[in-house]
Design a protein around this ligand. Structure first.
Ligand code: TXA
Ligand code: MG
Length: 324
């Protein structure tokens, strides 16, 4: 298959291009598109054959369900049960980088038969234009091959999925750079399943108590977030997490042994938001350069720092990192 690579204006996407992408979605094909978090790989959520193609293209285990994307809450009223907390969070943070796991109202979903469904209303103009033009709810995981870091640039998607999908809408780099915050609201106490740009502190300010389970605490339960069963991205080279200011002296020890070292100094960014935006791109670059060791400065686990450390711990393969 020849993948169409179409450049689109990120703020004011050209309608002819969006229309072409929407036709592909309506016809049961796959389109990768930018969102405010990472690039997604979209299909018509209610077309089982189209959704199945996502799993093939990404080589994703078939029991790992997808997030459904629509332009407003009312599009989800028939598929998900919105309680008080879900409504409060959606009012506060939608459209935006927040995914809610809610009781599922669809008796026979196309997805593996979970009792819950993950829904999100994205804010990126390209995503919104595509949803509107297609007239569909769009099911979309991150547009990477399973086991690779989520794509934050169109070239990451090309590297992983060129030839396997119909089209890529290239709207430049994504602004947040980390996948959406996932909050599970189906039980008694809300749980943070994946930290992201909507921070724990922001969520607590709206709905109060939220638990932050560790992967080991969820073991043995029916899968809360099936994603946790699968090995998350880890670069080829071992990742070593060090305190701020330590990266170069530790790197010198490895270099003295003749090893090539990739260094990521998170403290050199003007803000943690900018470090988050760059993180997956840097990890992909280290793999491409073929470095022997990757040394990354840790950040404080508060605000967006919780999400950054979560992805870094996964990259460093720390066993007890919280779910994502
Ligand atoms: O920012 C994002 O969330 C991006 C963009 C494209 O929206 N999407 C994304 O999707 O990161 P994905 O499939 O790569 O990650 C979704 C996570 C997975 O860990 C999946 O297991 C979990 O959400 N998930 C999906 N449905 C769920 C459900 N019903 N219950 C619990 N976890 C669920
Ligand atoms: Mg993903």
């Amino acid at each position: 298959m020849k993948t169409i690579h179409a450049i689109v204006h990120a703020e004011k996407p050209e309608l002819a291009t969006i229309w072409k992408a929407a036709e592909i979605i309506r016809a049961g094909g796959l389109v990768a598109f930018p969102t405010e978090t990472v690039y997604g790989l979209g299909a018509d959520a209610q077309n089982a054959e189209a959704v199945a193609k996502i799993y093939v293209a990404k080589q994703r285990p078939s029991d790992n369900p997808l997030i459904w994307h629509a332009n407003n809450l009312s599009a989800f009223e028939d598929v998900a049960e919105f309680g008080d907390k879900a409504r409060l969070l959606s009012e506060a943070f939608w459209p935006g980088p927040l995914t809610l796991v809610l009781p599922c109202k669809i008796p026979e979903k196309m997805q593996p038969p979970l009792k819950t469904i993950a829904v999100r209303v994205p804010s990126h103009p390209v995503t919104r234009a595509l949803i509107k033009a297609s007239g569909c709810i769009i099911a979309a995981p991150s547009a990477n091959l399973s086991g690779k870091p989520s794509p934050t640039r169109a070239r990451h998607v090309m590297k992983d999925l060129n030839g396997a999908i119909e089209m890529i809408l290239d709207g430049g780099s994504t602004s947040k750079g980390l996948e959406s915050t996932v909050v599970d609201l189906h039980g008694d106490t809300p749980r943070l399943l994946r930290p992201g740009a909507i921070t724990l502190e922001m969520l607590q300010a709206v709905i109060g108590k939220i638990s932050v389970p560790k992967a080991s605490e969820l073991e043995g339960e029916a899968p809360i977030s099936p994603g946790m069963k699968y090995r998350h991205y880890a670069p080829h080279a071992p990742v070593i997490l060090v305190d701020e200011g330590q990266a170069h002296s530790i790197a010198r020890d490895y270099e003295a042994d003749g090893k090539s070292v990739g260094i990521l100094e998170t403290s050199k960014y003007e803000s943690l938001e900018l470090a988050a935006q760059d993180l997956f791109d840097r990890l992909r670059q280290f793999d491409e350069e073929g470095v022997a060791i990757i040394i990354v400065e840790m950040v404080a686990e508060e605000g967006i720092g919780l999400a950054i450390m979560n992805r870094l711990r996964k990259a460093a393969s720390e066993a007890d990192a919280i779910v994502w």
